[in-house]
Ligand binder design. Structure first.
Ligand code: HEM
Length: 424
């Protein structure tokens, strides 16, 4: 690895963007020290990230391509063990990746996602109805009451997770992105989610339903295209990715609009679309900030450095989205009206996000319905008082305290633009 001292990653994710800028200042591909002291590379430049994502010399399979794991040097005391000990698309390479992806991608084609639109609308309306019960001026946590339950409900419905089981089955993914948990907690989390998910699979096998879990079990049982471990790992992955980044996309967009009333005005006046807001949020506030892991299968030259065979690599989506080489001096500013909103926040190439059409649809429905229903929505704290989620892997807020109406209770309004936006 290069001589320069590595940038030490803050596990609590206090300031994702300041850290991304620090990493970028060292170069587009920079040495970092992860929690637990592990040395890795962060790919922070947009072009370098695009290349790394498409370069098959980087593998996502630690069992095959991370020598310290094969040599038994990793297990017990590694805080990010949850990112290693899962058996699914995020740890698969080559033919294994291709096989798993083919099986799962079928469920998320644009046509299948379109068929989910009515369900997403209904879930949105129900959650907004529940919010409307808040007292005038009451502070509510929009993340806990809306940005999280919406995607959680959509993905759990899709996989046939009963309401009573949801919190338990989603917990593995929540703890996995908390990069402040110590090694013992991380290991306990892995054990717990394997057990919980296995119990869920066993129950579904006994009583299948009209849901994707039952489809995956049938694929496993009838064609052996999926091992038991992959089945459990895949369910864990899909429940987690179906919830966590979508929650951040919605919450980050709301935060951006409520922080800068001019941006919200642009939407209200029809000068930018909700799609513009969503793409700008993905660019400037990448919901997945710094994703582990890839491993070099041979020495790779990238961004002026040599990544040695076996070195772990993280793609820094938060940094890439704000690369001044692509977005100029205003790269850090949230501006839904900017022409070029190029980003890699859903990945690129053969690993590109399978849930992209679903995530965009959920965010579109959630944001338009929320601001239509609560036109006086404001942040209940100063933007700088919003606490970040405790993670360097994701980019979001811990809570999103808002007031739905400033002083009085409001029923469902007739339509967009009926009530002026209250300037903050
Ligand atoms: C705003 C929301 C989302 C963001 C920002 C996001 C981001 C990403 C990124 C960056 C990757 C690429 C990982 C890599 O290259 O290693 C990815 C892959 C993936 N995403 Fe998403 N995701 C989102 C929503 C979803 C949803 C809703 C699902 C479906 C339930 C999903 C399922 C997946 C899967 C299965 C992969 C693995 C693809 C592969 O390795 O071939 N994601 N996502």
């Amino acid at each position: 690895m290069a001589d320069r001292a590595p940038v030490v990653i803050d596990p609590s994710g206090r300031d994702i963007h300041a850290e991304a800028a620090r990493i970028r200042a060292h170069g587009p591909v920079t040495r970092i020290a992860l929690p637990g002291g592990l040395a890795a590379w962060s790919v922070a430049g947009h072009e370098e990230a695009r290349r790394a994502l498409a370069d098959h010399r980087f593998s996502k399979d630690p069992r095959k391509h991370w020598p310290p794991l094969a040599e038994g040097e990793v297990a017990a005391d590694f805080p990010l063990i949850g990112w290693i000990l899962m058996d699914n698309l995020t740890t698969a390479h080559g033919d294994d990746h291709h096989r798993l992806r083919k099986l799962i991608a079928k469920a998320f084609t644009p046509r299948r996602v379109e068929a989910m639109r009515a369900g997403v609308r209904a879930a949105t309306a129900e959650l907004l109805d529940a919010l409307a019960g808040a007292a005038p001026g009451e502070v509510v946590d929009l993340k806990a009451r809306f940005a999280h339950p919406l995607p959680a409900r959509v993905i759990c419905d899709l996989f046939g997770v009963a309401p009573g089981d949801r919190a338990r089955l989603l917990r593995g993914g929540e703890v996995n992105v908390d990069t402040t948990v110590d090694a013992a907690e991380a290991a306990a989390n892995v054990e717990r989610w394997h057990r919980d998910m296995q119990e869920f699979v066993d129950a579904k096998r006994r009583a299948p339903g009209d849901d994707l879990t039952s489809d995956l079990i049938a694929a496993r049982d009838e064609t052996a295209r999926l091992s038991d471990s992959e089945l459990v790992g895949t369910l864990h992955l899909l429940l987690a990715t179906g919830t966590e980044p979508v929650m951040n996309l919605i919450a980050n967009a709301v935060r951006a609009l409520l922080t800068d009333p001019e941006q919200l005005r642009l939407v209200r006046q029809g000068r930018v679309t909700w799609e513009d807001v969503i793409e700008e949020t993905l660019r400037a506030e990448a919901p997945v900030a710094h994703l582990p892991f890839r491993f070099a299968t041979e020495d790779v030259e990238l961004g002026g450095v040599t990544i040695a065979r076996g070195d772990p690599v993280l793609v820094n989506f938060a940094a890439a989205g704000r690369d001044p080489g692509v977005h100029g001096a205003s790269a850090d500013a949230f501006d839904a009206a900017r022409k070029d909103k190029t980003h890699l926040s859903f990945g690129h190439g053969i690993y590109r996000c399978i849930g992209m059409p679903l995530a965009r649809m959920e965010a579109r429905i959630a944001l338009s319905a929320l601001f239509e229903r609560f036109p006086d929505l404001t942040l209940a704290v100063a933007p700088e008082e919003l606490e970040p989620q405790v993670t360097f892997i994701m980019n979001g807020v811990l809570r999103l305290p808002v007031r739905l109406s400033a002083t009085r209770h409001r029923g469902r309004p007739g339509g967009r633009g009926e009530t002026p936006v209250t300037p903050r």
